[in-house]
Write a protein that binds this ligand. Structure first.
Ligand code: BES
Ligand code: ZN
Ligand code: ZN
Length: 461
């Protein structure tokens, strides 16, 4: 842990927070030498910049950290990679620090995926007095790190079975039940669409299920797209499109991360986590363009494109999840390239039948700096996924509105009246920012947790 919850050692170096607006006023109160040092080194309190101040003997006496705001979730994220190793604590000059934001931002800034690095870098340590807020922040940071790790792990080491192991481990850690329906058992237990997508891979497809909570609490279903590698199937992707498809289980990683938070925070819900885990591979028995499959719900789907595999595996999981009549069902998926074209990688697309709920979530995401953006379930576009020979087809007729037609496809498997959120996300940072290194990323996790806490009530003691 690079953040430790303990009474800070007296020798720990204080970190004072400052913002650009308050810099003039605050620096006026500093000793002349310090003020001159800041000026000489160009420190003006800009977010993510820092001043390291020496004492008379040339030892590090204090750090001034420029922040957007003290409660910013990335307030201190630039520090772990900038400061020398050692122990630090929050200082009492400048802005009043926020323990939760400090813990979260420091921990996120210290994250790196070092599974394949011979010598992981040692990070400086932030010592924070123990508090409920700081503890919760570290729980959230751990869930975000888990999502990143799962996404960053190459397909070779994160196939359907390894994903299954991760879900099983979470179940064990929180006293939840775990079950996996593997290979041909998918056909016997009526998950034909999951089987169809995953049947060509050397690694068997499966449906992973974790259940947790007390029978009388409201049912919350979380569903995540677990395509451990998306080659595109027979409609094979080009090299550029395939390059990062180890991350196509990003939705599953998010669903597991959110489920872990629900359990760790003991939200008063009954939780059902569903992850269809497959590899979209090519072999003689691969599903083909033009094939028709009967799904769990009974609807027949025509395969227009084997690269639109996410919606195919999700439709059986959504149908199954709906059978328990949940109070709320959320699915998370790296579903379409079109969502990225529309909103870019930083803004997951949110689809929701209730416009006021969508707006509430968008606002919450902006407040928490964990954003998402609402796109419409525009019913008229459903014409684009109607099939000549089956009930629907898995790829839109033209190139337009691909994220919307994918969402409309899913909607056909969610009974009317059921409260449902669909998130089409990127699960990735193309480049690095403080606290958000290039590679796997958790998106909307903090926003969704806050929403669930508000809707169902905060955790049981
Ligand atoms: N996994 C991809 C979508 C994706 C691509 C997400 C890149 C994030 C980054 C998905 O399975 C896919 O290939 N979708 C196709 C659908 C099309 C064939 C109808 C797409 O978006 O191009
Ligand atoms: Zn695909
Ligand atoms: Zn995919």
């Amino acid at each position: 842990m690079t953040v430790s919850l303990a009474k800070p050692a007296a020798s720990a170096v204080p970190v004072h927070l400052i913002d650009a607006a308050g810099f003039e006023r605050l620096s006026a109160q500093l000793p002349e030498a310090m003020r001159r040092w800041m000026q000489a080194t160009g420190f003006r309190g800009k977010a993510d910049s820092q001043a390291l101040l020496p004492d008379a003997d040339g030892r590090l006496q204090a750090v001034w950290a420029g922040v957007r705001a003290a409660d910013d979730p990335y307030a201190l994220s630039a520090l772990p990679r900038t400061l020398p190793e050692g122990r630090y604590r929050l200082g009492d000059q400048g802005l009043a620090a926020d323990a939760a934001a400090a813990a979260l931002s420091w921990q996120l800034g210290a994250y790196s995926f070092d599974r394949y690095k011979a010598t992981p870098r040692q990070m400086p340590e932030l010592m924070l007095p123990r508090s409920a807020a700081a503890e919760r922040a570290l729980t959230v940071a751990a869930a975000i790190a888990q999502v990143r790790d799962l996404v960053n792990t190459p397909s070779e080491h994160m196939g359907p079975e390894e994903l299954s192991d991760a879900v099983r481990a979470a179940a064990k850690a929180h006293g939840a039940k775990f079950r996996a329906v593997v290979g041909d058992a998918l056909l016997k237990q009526n998950f034909p669409a999951i089987h169809a997508v995953g049947r060509a891979a050397a690694r068997a497809p499966r449906l992973l299920e974790l259940t947790w909570g007390r029978p009388k609490d409201p049912l919350l279903v979380l569903v995540g797209k677990g395509v451990c590698f998306d080659s595109g199937g027979l409609d094979i992707k080009g090299a550029d499109g395939m390059r990062w498809m180890k991350k196509d289980m990003g939705g599953a990683a998010h669903a597991l991360g959110l489920a872990t938070l629900v359990m760790a925070c003991k939200l008063p819900v009954r939780l059902q986590l569903l992850i269809p885990a497959v590899e979209n591979a090519i072999a003689g028995n691969a599903f083909r363009p033009g094939d028709v499959f009967k799904t769990r719900k009974g609807l027949h789907i025509e395969i227009g494109n084997t690269d639109a595999e996410g919606r195919v595996i999700l439709c059986d999981a959504l149908a199954y999840g709906a059978e328990g009549r949940p109070e709320l069902m959320i699915d998370l998926a790296t579903l379409t390239g079109a969502a990225r074209v529309a909103l870019g990688g930083q803004l997951p697309a949110l689809f929701c039948r209730r416009i006021e709920l969508a707006r509430e979530l968008v606002d919450r995401g902006l407040t928490l700096r964990d954003p998402l953006w609402h796109l419409p379930l525009w019913r008229d576009y459903h014409a684009s996924i109607e099939s000549d020979i089956a009930d629907i087809v898995n790829s839109g007729r033209g190139p337009q509105a691909g994220a919307i037609t994918a969402a409309l496809f899913l909607e056909d498997f969610v009974p009317a009246g059921l409260d449902w959120l669909h998130l089409d996300l990127y699960a990735w940072n193309d480049s690095s920012r403080p606290g958000r290194p290039a590679g796997g990323e958790a998106q909307t996790l903090r926003t969704l947790l806050a929403y669930l806490e508000q809707r169902f009530g905060a955790g049981r003691a």
